[in-house]
Design a protein around this ligand. Structure first.
Ligand code: GDP
Length: 357
C-alpha cells in the first residue's frame, strides 16, 4: 500500500497543459481523465472547478511497470483546465507561475507553431519546469497502435520504417527546442531533468505514451519540487482567480485555484479587483456535483472548506469587480490592511509584466 502519511503536509503539484491550437491539449486532458476513471478505483479522480485531481494510486495504476509508488510521497497531480495563453501568462502565484510544472503539447507532424513559441516564451519567463508531449504519434504512416501502452512497448511493435519516420519528426522537435535555447532529448535518455527537457512521444487518442508522461511529471515533481509542496494545511488560504463567472442564484463568482493553506466558508477574503482590492466575505464554496447526480440536482455542491491544491468556485458579495489572474487571500489572523497591501503589490507586479509583453 502507498504511504499517505505525508499527504496532509505535501500538497499536489499544479500542472498546466499548453500548446498550439489543435495540437491536442483538450484531447490529452480528456484521455488522462478517461484512462484514470477506467482504472476503476473508487476515487480514481476528483473533478474540481477548473481542475482535475489525479491521486498517486491512480497514476501508479495507469503507469503500471513504469512507477513504483513507494518512491513517491506527493499525493498526486492537479491538472488545471487549459486557459488560453494570455490567461496562462497572467496566472501567477506570489510572483511565480501558478502552475508548478507544465506540459507543452506539440503535434509531432507540425512541430513548433506560433503558439508553441509563445508558450515557450512564457515558460522561460516564469521559470516553469516543463516536459514536451510529442503528440499524435499514431498518425505516423503505417503505425500499429498499442492502446494505453508505455511508449517503448509501443515502439517495439512498430515497423522499422514507421519508427524511423517518427524519429525524424521527434528529432525535428528536439532541434526546434534547441533553437529556442533548451537542450532536450527523448525523456528516457535524459539524465538530469534540471538541465535537459524530456520529450515524451505519445498519442492523446490511443493513450500510448500517456503512462510515461504521468511518470515523468510525478518524478520531476518529487525530485525538484518537494520542498515547495510543503504547506501548512491550516494556514490562511491563498489562491489565484482563473475566471469570473455569473452563476444563477449566486451572482458573480470566482473560479479559483487554491495553492496554499485552507479556505473556509465564511472566511473574510481580499481579492484583486479591476480598481481597488475587494474586501469581502465568502457566502459559499462550490464544487461540481458528482456526475451521477448532475441530472437531478443542482450543478454545484456546497462544501465547508477546501485545502490546497484545489479548484473551487467562491461566491461572495462584490466579486463582479474581480479580475482573472488576480490573487485571492484569506485574511484570518492578520490586519486586513496588511492583506490589502499584499494583494495590491502582487497586482502591480502582474501589470508591469503585462505591460512589458
Ligand atoms: P487543442 O486545440 O490543443 O485542445 O486540440 P484538440 O484536443 O481539440 O485536438 C485537435 C484535433 O486533433 C482533434 O480533432 C483531435 O481529435 C485530434 N487529435 C488530438 N490528439 C490526437 C492524437 O494523438 N492522435 C490523433 N490521430 N488525433 C489527435
Amino acid at each position: 500500500m502507498t504511504d499517505h502519511t505525508n499527504a496532509d503536509t505535501l500538497r499536489t503539484p499544479i500542472v498546466a497543459v499548453l500548446g498550439h491550437v489543435d495540437h491536442g491539449k483538450t484531447s490529452l486532458l480528456d484521455k488522462i481523465r478517461g484512462s484514470a476513471v477506467s482504472e476503476g478505483e473508487a476515487g480514481a479522480i476528483t473533478q474540481h472547478i477548473g481542475a482535475t485531481d489525479i491521486p498517486l494510486d491512480t497514476i501508479s495504476g495507469m503507469a503500471g511497470e513504469l512507477i513504483d509508488p513507494t518512491d513517491f510521497d506527493l499525493p498526486g497531480l492537479l491538472f488545471i483546465d487549459t486557459p488560453g495563453h494570455h490567461s496562462f501568462s497572467t496566472l501567477r502565484a506570489r510572483g511565480g507561475a501558478l502552475a508548478d510544472i507544465a506540459v507543452l503539447v506539440v503535434d509531432v507532424n507540425d512541430g513548433f507553431q506560433p503558439q508553441t513559441e509563445e508558450a515557450i516564451d512564457i515558460l522561460r519567463r516564469t521559470g516553469t519546469p516543463f516536459v514536451v508531449a510529442a503528440n499524435k504519434v499514431d498518425t505516423t504512416p503505417g503505425w500499429n497502435p498499442q492502446a494505453g501502452q508505455p511508449i517503448q512497448r509501443s515502439l517495439e511493435a512498430q515497423s522499422e520504417r514507421a519508427e524511423s519516420m517518427l524519429n525524424e519528426n521527434l528529432y525535428e522537435i528536439i532541434g526546434q527546442l534547441s533553437d529556442a535555447g533548451f537542450s532536450a532529448d527523448l525523456y528516457w535518455r535524459v539524465q538530469d531533468f534540471q538541465k535537459n527537457i524530456g520529450v515524451v512521444p505519445l498519442s492523446a487518442i490511443t493513450g500510448e505514451g500517456v503512462p510515461d508522461l504521468l511518470t515523468v511529471l510525478m518524478g520531476l515533481s518529487q525530485r525538484f519540487m518537494k520542498e515547495e509542496m510543503a504547506i501548512d494545511v491550516f494556514g490562511a488560504g491563498e489562491g489565484t482567480v482563473l475566471e469570473v463567472k455569473d452563476e444563477r442564484g449566486f451572482g458573480a463568482t470566482i473560479d479559483t485555484v487554491v495553492y496554499d493553506g485552507v479556505v473556509r466558508n465564511g472566511d473574510r477574503i481580499v481579492v484583486g479587483g479591476q480598481e481597488d482590492p475587494i474586501d469581502t466575505e465568502i457566502r459559499a464554496l462550490l464544487q461540481p456535483r458528482p456526475l451521477e447526480e448532475i441530472r437531478t440536482e443542482k450543478q454545484f455542491e456546497k462544501v465547508a472548506e477546501v485545502g490546497a491544491a484545489a479548484g473551487v468556485k467562491i461566491a461572495a458579495p462584490d466579486l463582479d469587480r474581480a479580475m482573472a489572474g488576480a490573487p485571492v487571500r484569506v485574511v484570518r489572523d492578520r490586519p486586513v490592511e496588511e492583506v490589502v497591501e499584499e494583494v495590491k503589490a502582487e497586482l502591480a507586479e502582474i501589470e508591469v509584466e503585462t505591460a512589458e509583453n
